[in-house]
Design a protein around this ligand. Structure first.
Ligand SMILES: NC(=O)C1=CN([C@@H]2O[C@H](COP(=O)(O)OP(=O)(O)OC[C@H]3O[C@@H](n4cnc5c(N)ncnc54)[C@H](OP(=O)(O)O)[C@@H]3O)[C@@H](O)[C@H]2O)C=CC1
Ligand SMILES: CC[C@H]1OC(C)=C(O)C1=O
Length: 331
């Protein structure tokens, strides 16, 4: 696996914005369950565009664990109605703009996480489709040096990484331990902590074959969780960022007065858990770090998965072994 920030053939894509059809191809499920509830359909209604939204022709989409947790029915109480087109992360081209849209125009190449609140009323018509409708405020212009696969991989994960660091009060000169440094979020927490926030020390956990990746992303210490227990090591950290659900252990290695961020699983005091909020402004703020290559997209080398292999893509993500992001391209 290598992190990359240079564009490639996927950068070029021609999208005819004049002919938006009424129906589209998309992956849909109308019942909660395993990957087999996903059905490929060619006659899904193209979502209408509210005044504050744009219609995006999807070039690439990325998968997140929240996609399969939602499909399994873990967030039914606050989910949008079935049937659902899954998918939060999108990169594509604007083909229609709502009446109140001021910052985007037809032809703009954009990326973003299409659901402002990941669990509370997420979009019913998501990004694993030929078109998706998104509020302008959730999108940012795609950095020119990133191809669509790289751009699609970033939104939800980088927004989560950034929001967690902000909420933890992470700042220059502080130390951090990232539990699950090789995943979609952890690969970005390492980079943001080092390159954007000015960490004094970044430690991260992964299995043996991924340790070099962690160091390439900026980790000063890569801990092989298959061989040693971070709790037995002498170090304590200003912030512990738990992206794997090891709450009870995470709080044992934080410094007095430090912060423990939980993304999943039980919250052990004094830690806290949050759910990511999508905002294009975070992407715009981080675009310079993506454009100068200080922060790179990490794409799992088993992908990108073409549109007709979305089930396989989810099955792979659900193994819990993905390195960086699982991306669907071409759509
Ligand atoms: N609260 C929120 O708003 C959000 C929550 N999340 C949640 O955060 C978690 C991480 O998300 P994401 O990064 O996308 O997940 P990924 O599916 O990308 O994580 C996969 C990685 O997990 C690593 N891993 C598995 N077990 C361990 C372990 N015991 N210790 C260290 N690493 C391990 C694997 O590395 P290896 O093969 O080496 O084990 C693999 O590279 C998920 O539970 C997700 O639902 C994510 C985004 C937002
Ligand atoms: C409660 C955490 C939940 O929210 C998101 C976005 C996930 O991936 C989760 O597990």
């Amino acid at each position: 696996v290598s992190a990359s920030s240079s564009s490639s053939p996927v950068t070029e894509t021609a999208v005819d914005s004049t002919t938006v059809p009424s129906e589209m191809k998309a992956w849909v499920y109308d019942e909660y369950g395993g990957v087999d509830v996903l059905k490929f359909s060619s006659d899904v209604t193209v979502p209408s565009v509210n005044d504050d939204q744009v219609l995006v022709k999807v070039v690439a989409a990325a998968l997140n664990p929240v996609d399969f947790k939602r499909r399994l029915g873990k967030f039914q109480a606050t989910d949008s109605a079935l049937p659902t087109v899954p998918g939060y992360d999108v990169a594509g081209v604007v083909v229609k703009v709502g009446k109140q849209v001021t910052g985007l125009k037809v032809g703009d190449e954009v990326y973003g996480n299409i659901s402002e609140k990941a669990l509370d009323g997420p979009k019913q018509s998501g990004s694993l489709a030929e078109y998706t409708a998104v509020e302008e405020k959730l999108l940012a212009l795609k950095p020119k040096n990133l191809n669509f696969v790289q751009a699609a991989s970033l939104p939800l994960a980088i927004e989560t990484a950034y929001e967690g660091l902000e909420r933890a009060g992470f700042s220059e000169g502080k130390s951090i331990l990232v539990l699950n440094g090789a995943g979609g979020v952890g690969t970005l927490v390492i980079q943001l902590a080092k390159q954007v926030f000015g960490a004094s020390k970044v430690a991260a956990t992964a299995s043996t074959s991924k340790l070099e990746l962690l160091k390439s992303l900026g980790a000063d210490l890569a801990i092989d969780y298959t061989k040693e227990d971070f709790q037995q090591l002498p170090d304590k950290y200003d912030v512990v960022y738990d992206a794997i659900g090891q709450g009870e252990k995470a709080v044992k290695v934080v410094k007095e007065g430090g912060s423990v961020v939980f993304l999943t699983g039980a919250v052990a005091p004094p830690g806290f858990r949050f759910v990511v909020t999508s905002t294009g402004s975070t992407l715009t703020k981080l675009n310079p770090y993506l454009e100068n290559g200080k922060v790179k997209a990490v794409i799992d080398p088993n992908g990108p998965f073409p549109f007709d292999r979305v089930k396989e893509a989810f099955s792979y993500l659900e193994t819990g072994r993905a390195t960086g992001k699982v991306v669907v391209y071409p759509v």
